[in-house]
Design a protein around this ligand. Structure first.
Ligand code: TPP
Ligand code: MG
Length: 561
């Protein structure tokens, strides 16, 4: 049988080192799926239950491996479903290739079936966006798309009309004008900074007294350098949430997170600092940054830049700024530990996260959804050893936790991968747990089940409004039953005394496992530093409209540390 253009596509993906494609079949991509079938020894196809999840899996693959993630969807609805996951990649600067199908030209036009112009729809999300017009282009276009995704750190999109998917790869109508293919390698240009910039940076760092370092996802590979820098300058390291794994949480050089989910010492030191050094981050929440401070930002490779600047720095002997916040961190850590109270009933979500953190391996990877779960993970999932942490950073969408875990587990079959998700976020894409079961992936899912869209409840309470549409009537859903009915480990936990055993069993089970924990529905995710006025408004909102106003009010005031 003739070699099709789709085969040329899959072969080229394999040449680029792509070993997995996440997607959902459809007649709009039949030819491509057939190409995957013919080359299954080189590229594995992971069928999912919702295309949005495929895009999240591809994004997670890129986040965890640094290599391009690939997702596939059919024309029309399939292509539209990918979009949320692709925006996640775009906003967190991840190289992802989306492949879609399109009806062939004669069948496509006003009023035709599947009339969704995916190339136009993707105009805003994609750095590279091309509809194949000649089967002989496929190899060259694949090269260009992948190269663009790496170079511009974003999404590339190729859409292929049905007839071209199955056309003879080498017999396009215009083979003589097909662009030449390049080679399937991404040569790394020198990513280091210019020498003059390094000297200026060293001068800036040497002459400023109170420096705060803000480390982001772009510094995840520069742990040793960040710690050496902090030690020489006496400068505390504050971490953005996507940069959480940059340095261990028990390091004396870090004050942990920043922003609403961060720590009080981070918030305070940012106010006191007179210089800010941003390493590998485009942290968007300016109100948490020191306003008048002088600022330096590393956009070149973080590790290369720090390696170049460290030899030019003067070792400081007195480090009062660091020492002050090290002292404050002792208080914060002690307080954080008390919040992991095993005796609280209903179960404190902080305790649940604390137990996971204690029992997980030193190289476990935690993925997380947007919601109150992100606050509990930010504060109670301890980075130690080679642990990882991934979530949707700038898009902050619900639901990526489980698909992220599946994508990462495929890339790292030997590592423990845990998704810490909310009942709301899990419900959005819970069918992907079936994907884990069908692929026998040992992902562990922990649902922090507060029977509400807790984060929204918290956001509404801050200005004093009671919740509306965020707490369903009736008891919490039983997600554990869904897991166990379908052949996975499932445990429903309602009592604090059962949390540890259920978690141990789930982590020890060889296949996919789900622990669904009813946590306190009235536990608000408070900022690290709660001002009196904020606490008052929270309390007022709770007393107005919440079921257990009095319980939560107690928590609000006792959290005001
Ligand atoms: C796709 C999407 N829809 C809505 C939101 C707004 N939102 C942010 S957090 C949240 C609540 C999430 O609820 P759940 O997953 O149960 O987590 P919880 O906050 O209760 O811990 C919502 C609705 C969002 N971020 N993304
Ligand atoms: Mg919830």
């Amino acid at each position: 049988m003739a070699r099709t253009a789709s085969e040329a596509l899959i072969e080229r993906l394999a040449d680029w080192g792509v070993d997995t494609v996440f997607g959902l079949p459809g007649d709009g991509i039949d030819g491509i799926v057939e190409g995957l079938r013919r080359h299954q020894d080189r590229v594995r196809f992971v069928p999912v239950h919702h295309e949005e999840a495929a895009a999240f899996m591809a994004t997670a693959h890129a986040k965890a491996t640094g290599k391009i993630g690939v997702c596939l969807a059919t024309s029309g609805p399939g292509g539209m479903h990918l979009l949320n996951g692709l925006y996640d990649a775009r906003l967190d600067h991840m190289p992802v290739l989306a492949i879609t199908g399109t009806p062939q030209a004669p069948a496509f036009g006003p009023g035709s079936a599947r009339e969704v112009a995916l190339d136009r729809l993707y105009g805003n999300v994609a750095e590279y966006n091309h509809q194949i017009g000649d089967p002989a282009q496929v190899t060259a276009v694949t090269d260009a798309a992948i190269r663009a995704a790496y170079a511009r750190r974003g999404v590339a999109h190729i859409t292929i009309p049905n007839d071209m998917q199955v056309a003879d790869a080498d017999a396009g109508p215009w083979p003589h004008v097909a662009p030449p293919a390049t080679s399937p390698v991404d040569p790394q240009p020198p990513a280091g900074p210019a020498e003059a910039d390094v000297r200026r940076l060293a001068g800036f760092l040497n002459e400023t007294e109170k420096i705060a370092i803000l480390a982001g996802a772009g510094a995840l590979h520069a742990r040793a350098e960040l710690l050496a820098l902090a030690q020489m300058l006496g400068a505390p390291i504050v971490k953005t949430l996507p940069g959480k794994a940059a340095v261990p949480d028990d390091s004396p050089y870090t004050t942990g997170g920043i922003g609403l989910l961060g720590t009080r010492p981070s918030e305070e030191l940012m106010k006191e600092a007179d210089a800010l050094f941003l390493v590998g981050t485009d942290f968007p929440y300016a109100r948490f940054l020191p306003a008048p401070a002088r600022t330096a930002q590393v956009d070149a490779d973080a590790r290369e830049t720090l390696r170049a600047v460290i030899p030019l720095l003067k070792q400081r002997s007195q480090t009062p700024f660091l020492a002050k916040y090290q002292g404050e961190m002792e208080t914060w850590r002690a307080r954080t530990a008390t919040l992991e109270d095993p005796s609280r009933d209903p179960i404190a979500p902080q305790y649940l996260m604390g137990v996971i953190s204690e029992l997980a391996t030193d190289d476990a990877i935690l993925t997380c959804d947007s919601g109150t779960i992100a606050t509990w993970a930010a504060r109670h999932w301890a980075i130690r050893g080679n642990r990882g942490f991934f979530l949707s950073g700038n898009l902050a969408t619900m639901a990526p936790g489980l698909p992220y875990a599946i994508g990462i587990q495929h890339a790292f079959p030997g590592r423990q991968v845990i998704a810490f998700v909310g009942d709301g976020g899990f419900a959005l894409l819970m069918a992907e747990f079936l994907t884990a079961i069908q692929h026998q992936l040992p992902v562990k899912v922990v649902v922090s089940n507060n029977n509400s869209l807790g984060q929204v409840l918290g956001d509404r309470m801050a200005p004093g409004n009671p919740g509306h549409g965020v707490r369903p009537p009736g008891p919490p859903v039983n997600f554990a039953a869904f897991a166990s009915t379908n052949g996975a480990f499932g445990a429903k936990v309602d009592r604090p005394g059962d949390v540890r055993e259920a978690m141990s069993l789930a982590l020890a089970s060889p296949g996919p496992a789900l622990v669904d924990v009813n946590v306190d529905p009235d536990e608000p995710p408070l900022p690290g530093k709660v001002e009196h006025e904020q606490a008052r408004q929270f309390a007022a909102a709770l007393l107005h409209g919440q079921r257990d106003g009095v319980t939560a009010t107690t928590t609000v005031f006792s959290d005001k540390i």
